[in-house]
Design a protein around this ligand. Structure first.
Ligand SMILES: [Zn+2]
Length: 595
């Protein structure tokens, strides 16, 4: 059974030593480190963090260790057990890369632990050798903290998120119970405006809502990890934990806190969608190269949809706030010309080279399967509910996927989502898949009507350039079809003057409003340090924000559909301390009540 040892001598060096002791009957053994972390579809080439790799016998005699590929070595072990030793330079903080300083250390199995093909199904033991007083914290330990753990196979090892905590620094671990299972919440660094206790209370609500939905929790225990950062933000899901990075100044107001708790709900929902329910293209993994799938709009898009819905069900967001958020997301999507160019299925497939590698032109050339995938899930849920008069919903599809595949430990066949939905809901869903998933045609929102919801676009008279100006005058991007593009401007140009007057990023929008729609003005800019002149013709075809509003007098059928979808259940109301029998309990916060 392979044994791994993680050693830290001096955190100030940011170096982590990892040894793998493996038994191999082969005379030459290939050892490799993953190039990517499941859940984050980019080849991050974790081997680039390795500053030294060598191999010895278990008695310390040097063995020949040849590097044969960017992430692989061949050890000349002569059919004997050997020790493969690596030193990592851990200075890149994110929820998926190795980091170490005097305040904390953080690693994910994928970026630290090498494997041999023969041992992928073997139990792996990990031992920590840390400076005095330091402690390891991970869901891999029996009680969340310790210095040694065992995992059943290499996939489980890759999934381990391990935080290393020195004494005397700002971190806090709080244990609590939710839906009958042990949970814990670790915060690292100075916590923002909220107390850890209040974060735990809200986490409990989300856990309970998910437990109700799926009929229990599929893990022995669960750990939430939050790094309080300057401005880093992100999250990564694991089987029985999630790791989040969130700016400590970000929770100051209600909007910022909503942002955080949405992130938490998102990562937590991945326990089911992604970690258990996933396409068979994502597991078993090939850790050394891209694992292509066209179904990331399900993996991430549906999770984005549920991250907000869970908040409504948990009483952490009102239906009115929810509808406002959906309107904002539609506006955000439609402000990106790329949504008319790239389908969700293509966006998923190209995640490895597009979503995770954005350039200045991304808004014109692609659409995020998070943003558009979340709206596709909304549309799908609305259509299922409308067609079945709320007898079925996307919940039923997920519960079916959970029992048919997730609980069986297998992936659903890649590209089979239409058949899965038809199996649960009935009917023919080919039109939805052809238009909303496999093409870049506009979404058909007519199902909103069944819920008494009206979608409207706000007309805008504001003149715009269609370019974002940053660092005072640098163009960060130029939108397709915008006045700026018509004028020949591109990202990287330095905007100097419009109509002979100096313009700055802060004043650009107000500056433009003194002119008329259709007016043509001279514009001066630098490109590659050369002064150039062009003419720009202003128009007011910029953003047209979408809003989702409620019809004034909904029919009883509309009100019932709305209620079944968005009004909290009696259990949710009770969770929030609202008396479910009071008439007020059935109202949204703008007074809509059950008809
Ligand atoms: Zn996600």
């Amino acid at each position: 059974m392979p044994q791994l040892r993680v050693s830290i001598r001096d955190p100030k060096t940011h170096r982590i030593e990892v040894t793998l002791t493996a038994h191999s009957a082969d005379s030459l053994t290939t050892v490799s480190l993953p190039s990517w972390s499941p859940g984050s579809y980019l080849l991050r080439e974790f081997a680039r963090h390795i500053v030294l790799a060598d191999a010895t016998t278990v008695h310390g005699e040097q063995l020949l260790c040849e590097k044969v590929a960017k992430s692989s070595w061949v050890v000349h072990n002569a059919a004997q057990p050997f020790v493969f030793r690596t030193f990592f330079d851990a200075q890149e903080f994110s929820v998926r890369t190795p980091y170490l300083d005097e305040r904390f250390g953080f690693v994910v199995g994928s970026n630290l632990f090498a494997f041999t093909d023969a041992d992928l199904d073997s139990e792996h033991t990990v031992t920590l050798d840390l400076p005095t007083g330091w402690l390891g914290c991970s869901a891999a330990f029996d009680d969340f903290v310790g210095d040694r753990f065992v995992v059943p196979n290499y996939d489980a090892l890759v999934d381990v998120a391990l935080t290393l905590l020195p004494p005397g620094e700002r971190h806090e671990l709080r244990r609590f119970e939710a839906a009958g299972k042990p949970h814990a919440f670790l915060t690292v660094g100075r916590l923002g405006a909220r107390s850890l206790e209040s974060l735990c209370l809200d986490a409990v609500k989300i856990v309970e809502v998910c437990s109700e939905m799926f009929g229990g929790l599929p893990y022995r225990h669960y750990l939430f990890v939050l790094f309080n950062t300057g401005d880093a933000r992100g999250g990564l899901e694991h089987h029985d934990s999630c790791v989040m990075a969130f700016p400590r100044s970000g929770m100051v107001n209600a909007e910022g806190y909503r942002d955080f708790i949405s992130l938490l709900a998102h990562e937590y929902f991945h326990v089911w969608n992604v970690k258990a329910v996933h396409t068979d293209a994502l597991g078993p993994f090939n850790y050394l190269e891209e694992n292509y799938t066209r179904d990331l709009w399900v993996a991430e898009g549906w999770t984005v949809y549920y991250q907000s819905l869970l908040l409504v069900r948990a009483g952490l967001m009102t239906p009115t706030e929810y509808l406002a958020e959906m309107g904002e997301r539609v506006s955000q999507m439609e402000a990106q010309p790329g949504h008319r160019l790239q389908s969700l299925s293509d966006s998923s497939f190209d995640a490895w080279i597009k979503l995770y590698r954005p350039d200045a032109n991304v808004r014109n050339t692609r659409i995020s399967y998070y943003l558009k995938g979340g709206l596709a899930a909304l549309l799908l849920d609305l259509q299922i509910r409308a067609q079945t008069e709320s007898q079925k919903s996307l919940d039923d599809v997920l519960k079916f996927l959970w029992s048919s595949f997730g609980q069986q430990g297998i992936g659903y066949p890649e590209g089979s989502m239409q058949q899965q939905i038809e199996a649960v809901v009935g009917g023919d869903w080919s039109e939805f898949f052809t238009t909303a998933i496999h093409s870049a045609l506009p979404f058909d929102w007519s199902a909103l009507e069944s819920f008494g919801i009206v979608r409207s676009e706000k007309a805008s008279n504001a003149l715009w350039l269609g370019a974002r100006v940053e660092n005072d005058r640098m163009l960060a991007y130029v939108l397709d079809g915008s006045p700026a593009q018509e004028a020949g401007l591109m990202a990287g140009d330095e905007l100097l003057a419009i109509d002979g007057q100096k313009v700055s990023a802060a004043k650009l929008t107000s500056f433009l409003q003194q002119y008329k729609d259709g007016q043509t003005l001279p514009l001066h800019y630098f490109r590659d340090e050369e002064l150039r002149e062009t003419n720009v013709t202003l128009n007011s075809k910029g953003d047209r924000p979408t809003t989702f509003g409620l019809t004034e007098a909904p029919s009883s059928a509309q009100a019932n559909q709305f209620r079944a979808w968005l009004l909290p259940s009696a259990a949710s109301l009770e969770r929030c301390g609202v008396d479910a029998s009071s008439p007020r309990a059935l109202e949204t916060d703008d007074g809509r009540s059950e008809a």
